[in-house]
Design a protein around this ligand. Structure first.
Ligand code: SF4
Length: 727
């Protein structure tokens, strides 16, 4: 922590007791280190403008006063030495300019100079190459997304894209292809929970408490996934699949459910399309056949299928991406979520009710804002095709964004038009498979701007870097599913010269979209515009700094499809997808092996016999965001690969020995963590470590053909002990 933020810890102050004697005041905010589904409430203890302590806010009904290890490290996050303090411009020509040495030196400039410079460069590039040649990108955090998307489209660029090009959107697509949309698990009213490759204890802690409460009252739990998680000890059945084979398992469960007449006949007959073709297809996935593919015993598959289908109501919990980070990801996910409709658990209490999101992905029980209209001020037809439109047509039918995984290819080939500039917020090139390929692609741009809290390795590639502030230093609107909203107010002033992302976006908006009347009214006016149908206003929310209970909201009815149909092209739940048929894919939720697997590429598996799965969460990290914090990093200081003790023994590897983790693309040095958490034959590597980033091992085009999602969670590798000779 910087000396200017150190506090004198004398007497009462040491106890951090709020009150007049200590000068410590408790102010309300939220943690935004992880995703918007959490955003736990925080009580910030502030003295002389400095946060001296953080605690979970008990008033927040979503988090109930708890913070995870990351949230508890918020002071280290806010006051970290790597914070960018002022706008910075690269000194000298960009790296890679012929005839000039690479320059990584930056000099401070004023905000006015920085914003004017960015605006003039963007407007010039727009004039020369069209607005589509400029990409607007949102990484972490996500709260600024509606404003950046609005800015991009108002400017005329179709190329607004986000970190969601590798997160959640593919599972959204899987559900949308089947149903139009699908809601979350209604655990509180359910009797059986099928958790398919999700670990809420690490990735959605606010859900974990609800599961344990429901378990105490008798909830049956089935868990699917290759890894042992904290949930496993609370389950009735754990189906420990081989990574990448979810689709085959789901089809086998459907085989049992249909074969034993456990499906919902009335739903299937009246509200679905393609059931006969689906039945014919699943016939080949007998439990015995699926055992061969998935490594899950046939009797366990039968037991799980019966438990899920015969217990009413039953709900299904998925996670953002584990089922879709595979080269057959969307189809696997379609096969999984088809089980919800098949068993009559779609949009019913205790099943998966459909609740439209209120604001920023948050379901809020019937409250609907004008966020989608705000985000899209210009229709797609008035803009050029998006990045990824030719490669991923189904994505572009369903997802209102460009597919960012295609960016490095588009930047390099310049087809059908050049990409020359990127305005990024929280851009992290390590997110791309073959991250070096993305890094080199970013260097080819004429102009790169990155807005971030810390001086990251990606920020160091930019021509201009702008300092963003943390959630403690800004105001934002937050909805929670418990019908609770908060308009946070800064608990401390923005540190150094940092500014809120929204302020930066609106300051740029004043310069590059002067004719956008709504945007010219400013940040708060735009929020009020989105809130208008809810009758809530910021003025009202500001009167409630600890948050506001939303009353008089009528929850949507269940089984809305009976009256309105499904929002699919046929108006039915589609076992055979119309959109996939129209865009050239198989309409059935077909199973295909991962492109690299012991079954699909046995020759490659001789050299690389282990299955590599990456990207699963650790509780103290959120991608790369908390690596730099002493507390969180101390919990796993070195990059480690999880390997089953049996596989380690075969290779003569001991706990915490240095090993090489290799694929056909690359190799890196990490420590071995011997653990039964991974099954024999599988190794698990946490992603994003700057000194051992696993995405370097993955080819840039190792992707699902429908969504463009990378196959992070199933490929081939080998682990070898490092000796003095080969170290
Ligand atoms: S990082 Fe932890 S404390 Fe912060 S929002 Fe996420 S779960 Fe909550």
């Amino acid at each position: 922590m910087y000396p200017e933020f150190e506090q004198v810890n004398d007497g009462l102050s040491r106890g951090k007791v709020p009150g007049a004697e200590t000068g410590i005041e408790v102010r309300k905010t939220i943690c935004s280190i992880c995703n918007p589904l959490s955003h736990c409430g925080i009580d910030a203890y502030v003295k002389n403008g400095v946060v001296v302590k953080v605690e979970g806010s008990k008033e927040n009904p979503h988090s109930g006063g708890t913070l995870c290890s990351k949230g508890n490290a918020n002071r280290q996050y806010i006051y970290h030495k790597d914070r960018i303090r002022t706008p910075l411009i690269r000194k000298g020509p960009p790296e890679g300019t012929p005839g000039y040495p690479a320059s990584r030196e930056y000099v401070p400039i004023s905000w006015e100079e920085a914003l004017d410079f960015i605006a003039s460069r963007l407007l010039k590039i727009k004039e020369e190459s069209g607005p589509e040649s400029i990409v607007f990108y949102a990484g972490y955090p996500k709260w600024m997304r509606p404003f950046l998307k609005h800015l991009a489209h108002s400017f005329g660029s179709p190329n607004y894209c986000t970190e969601s090009s590798t997160c959640f959107r593919a599972s959204f697509m899987g559900a949308a292809l089947n149903y139009g949309a699908m809601g979350p698990a209604d655990v509180a009213r359910s009797k059986c929970l099928l958790v398919w490759s999700s670990n809420p204890f690490y990735s959605n802690t606010t859900l974990a408490r609800g599961i344990l409460d429901a378990r105490e009252r008798g909830l049956r739990i089935i868990e699917v996934g290759p890894l042992i998680t904290p949930l496993t000890a609370h389950t009735d059945i754990h189906l420990r699949i081989r990574p990448g084979t979810s689709g085959a398992l789901a089809l086998a469960m459907a085989n049992v459910i249909i074969g034993e007449g456990l499906y919902d006949r009335e739903f299937v007959q009246n509200y679905t399309l393609g059931f006969e073709e689906y039945c014919a297809y699943v016939a080949q996935f007998t439990p015995g056949a699926a055992e061969e593919i998935t490594d899950v015993r046939a009797d366990q598959i039968i037991e799980a299928a019966r438990l899920y289908a015969a217990t009413k109501p039953a709900c299904m919990m998925n996670s953002a991406s584990p089922t879709t980070h595979h080269t057959n990801g969307v189809q696997n996910h379609r096969a999984i979520v088809a089980l919800v409709g098949l068993t009559g658990n779609y949009d019913v209490p205790g099943g998966n009710p459909l609740v439209p999101p209120a604001y920023l992905y948050q379901a809020s029980g019937g409250l609907v804002t004008r966020e989608p209209e705000f985000e899209q001020p210009r229709p797609w037809e008035e803009m050029a095709p998006r990045v990824g439109q030719d490669q991923y047509p189904a994505w572009c039918r369903l997802v209102p964004e460009a597919q960012a995984m295609q960016l490095p290819f588009h930047i390099r080939n310049g087809e059908p038009y050049p990409i020359r500039a990127l305005l990024g917020f929280g851009l992290n090139h390590r997110m791309w498979p073959g991250e070096d390929f993305m890094e080199e692609s970013l260097k080819k741009l004429d102009f790169l701007v990155d807005v971030d809290i810390f001086m990251t390795d990606t920020a160091r590639l930019a021509d201009l870097v702008l300092p963003a502030c943390t959630s403690f230093e800004r105001s934002e609107l937050k909805f929670y599913p418990e019908q609770y909203a908060i308009w946070t107010q800064p608990v401390i002033k923005p540190l150094w010269e940092s500014r809120s992302d929204a302020e930066i976006i609106f300051d740029l908006g004043r310069r590059i979209v002067p004719d956008d009347a709504l945007m010219q009214k400013g940040y708060e006016a735009c929020i009020d515009w989105m809130l208008e149908p809810t009758k809530l206003t910021l003025n009202e929310l500001k009167k409630h700094p600890a948050g506001y209970r939303i009353t008089n909201v009528k929850a949507p009815p269940f089984q809305k499809y009976k009256k309105n149909g499904f929002s699919t092209p046929s108006g039915k739940m589609e076992f055979t997808s119309t959109i996939l048929a129209e865009t050239g894919y198989d309409p059935l939720p077909v199973y295909k092996e991962p492109k690299l697997s012991p079954r699909s590429t046995p020759e490659a598996a001789k050299e690389f016999p282990l299955i590599l799965t990456t990207g699963a969460r650790l509780p103290m990290f959120l991608h790369s965001r908390t690596f730099r914090l002493d507390w969180t990093r101390s919990l796993r200081p070195d990059p480690m690969v999880d390997i089953n003790p049996q596989n380690a023994k075969e290779r003569g590897i001991a706990q915490e020995e240095w090993v090489s983790l290799s694929t056909s693309r690359n190799s890196m040095k990490v420590k071995a963590n011997l653990t039964e958490m991974v099954p024999p034959g599988v190794v698990n590597m946490y992603h994003d470590y700057p000194e051992a980033s696993v995405n370097l091992l993955i080819e840039p085009d190792y992707c699902d053909p429908i969504s463009g999602f990378p196959g992070f969670k199933s490929l081939l590798c080998e682990v070898k002990k490092l000796t003095e000779e080969n170290a």
